[in-house]
Write a protein that binds this ligand. Structure first.
Ligand code: ADP
Ligand code: MG
Length: 504
């Protein structure tokens, strides 16, 4: 309890801090408790020792939680007060002074689980509860159990540890430990020290990041927490701002850090798949019929379905990378957040091809590149983009880069060829409109990409479509039969390791 309180620099910041803070109250309680425990533990003959011997130590597990909640509430009130003070202090002045750095915020308040967090709560032993009396036989120890030689060692050592707390950072309020003759065991001292360090690092990082906090308003608290964690784990240096808010995703720019000793690209994006579920309903069609995800889909709750989208994008990008199609490099996948390399430079994202204002020569080049990519995608990656258009191609360093492949499917998907036809229509319409005379008709493009020879004839779309659907049907029957034989297990892709599911 007091660990939590200890790091709160009330006094140094806020002249109007309450006369008696929660932290004070709690540390007083703690002091009393410690006192009692310290007295009972080495000399087992004292009154009260029976209690400990018989194991009837009061259960305090929920007290910690309660205290944390109280503390959090207290911190919030502190922040509110601080805001009022700040306002009063600055008044109408044009130049204002920010109190931001003194805020208490607990960004972890809606933490689900802290897998990658080095947190003091994770220390297995409650540092404040004396465990079984430790028998530490030392030189000169006279064997008669409950006695005094060890006690002196521990008392001295404990006092020394209390004194060493003076070396903690100035904002860590250690209280008058010596005055109350507090004796800290090595274990307690070490946890405190560890906690102070990690708390300091964390608060430093948070304060750095706050300047950009508008970016994070676009996402829900869970997502924000995941993003914080990535910064705290050093995967990201900084999250800068939002590049795009779409219906299904929000994309942030961030500075890369390092991941398991590997450097992360200097500039990355976080593609956050939106967890507002209703918008995803109409996409079921893509994923439900994708045999790679079929079995898993039916068993999952909606939040996990969203993660599947991110996972799909990751797998599809990996396939494209193999075929050397220009596309973002996957850095890491954390639940519904996909981190990948940034296409662009110095915080400026590459323009979508519809905005790129290309000259006619570049436009023609772009067309041939896209044609080639569509073929590669189909033949080498065994994929149909399924949302290919001038909105999902970026122009960067004289090349077309393909993005947004979460909905991409294999051509044998029950609607795969229809999706491909739609892609072809977008592409040929766009390039024809841009005056690329070489741009094929949608039908020729479709046949060229697939290698199929659906008769173009009178260029009747209904007829062409009917052919496609018939093909899909035939294919589906065939695939159904083969699937059970050939793919008893679904996922054959490789990619960065998935996060183990810690929650839900
Ligand atoms: P959505 O499904 O929301 O369309 P996209 O993957 O298309 O998601 O990303 C939305 C926008 O974010 C893109 O149009 C592009 O401008 C930008 N963007 C996405 N990924 C990257 C990237 N790796 N580098 C640069 N910009 C990107
Ligand atoms: Mg897009």
């Amino acid at each position: 309890v007091a660990l939590w309180g200890i790091t709160n620099p009330w006094g140094s910041v806020n002249p109007a801090a309450p006369a008696c803070s929660l932290a004070d109250v709690m540390s007083e309680q703690l002091a009393r408790q410690l006192d009692e425990e310290n007295n009972t533990f080495p000399t087992l003959t004292e009154p009260g020792a029976d209690l400990m011997l018989s194991g009837e130590v009061p259960d305090t597990t929920s007290d910690l939680m309660l205290a944390q909640i109280l503390q959090m509430q207290f911190d919030r009130e502190f922040d509110d007060q601080l805001r009022r003070e700040e306002k009063k202090f600055n008044g109408d002045s044009k130049v204002s002074i920010s109190f931001e750095n003194y805020r208490m915020v607990h960004p972890y308040e809606d933490s689900d689980s802290s897998e990658d967090e080095v947190d003091w709560q994770d220390t297995r032993h409650d540092p404040y509860r004396a465990e079984k009396p430790q028998t530490t036989p030392r030189k000169g120890f006279t064997g008669k159990g409950k006695n005094i030689t060890t006690k002196h060692d521990e008392v001295n050592c404990g006092r020394k540890n209390t004194a060493r707390m003076d070396n903690f950072a100035p904002e860590v309020h250690v209280g008058d430990g010596l005055g109350m003759d507090l004796k800290l065991s090595n274990q307690v001292f070490n946890s405190l020290k560890q906690h102070c360090y990690s708390e300091q690092r964390r608060s430093a990082k948070l304060h750095e990041k706050k300047e950009h906090s508008t970016a994070e308003q676009a996402v829900d608290p869970r997502t924000r927490l995941l993003m914080y964690k990535m910064v705290n784990a050093g995967v990201l240096e900084n999250i800068n701002g939002c590049i795009s808010t779409g219906k299904e995703s929000v994309v942030f720019h961030a500075d890369g850090g390092s991941l398991e000793e590997q450097p992360v690209p200097d500039e990355v994006v976080l593609k956050v798949f939106k967890t507002t579920l209703n918008e995803f309903k109409n996409r079921d069609r893509y994923i439900k019929d994708d045999y790679r995800f079929n079995d898993r889909f039916s068993k999952l709750n909606p939040r996990k379905v969203i993660r599947l989208w991110a996972e799909k994008e990751m797998h599809n990008l990996a396939r494209m990378k193999k075929a050397e199609i220009p596309c973002p490099d996957v850095v890491v996948l954390k639940k519904h957040i996909l981190v990948m390399s940034f296409i662009g430079k110095d915080h400026v994202p590459a323009p979508k091809i519809k905005d790129a204002m290309l000259g006619s020569e570049d436009m023609k080049n772009a067309y041939y590149q896209v044609l080639h990519m569509m073929q590669q995608l189909y033949r080498e990656c065994n994929l149909v983009h399924a949302d290919l258009s001038e909105y999902n191609m970026l122009w960067h360093e004289g090349k077309v880069w393909l993005i947004d492949v979460s909905q991409s499917v294999e051509p044998t998907h029950p609607h795969g060829l229809e999706f491909l036809f739609r892609d072809c229509r977008n592409i040929s319409t766009f390039f024809q409109k841009k005056g690329v005379s070489e741009a094929m008709s949608v039908y020729d493009l479709f046949n060229t990409v697939t290698g199929l020879q659906i008769p173009v004839g009178a260029e009747n779309e209904a007829e062409f479509m009917a052919e496609i659907v018939a093909l899909e049907k035939r294919n589906e029957d065939h695939v159904q039969k083969r699937r059970k034989k050939v793919f008893p297990f679904a996922s054959e892709d490789s990619g960065p390791p998935l996060e183990p599911d810690a929650d839900d």
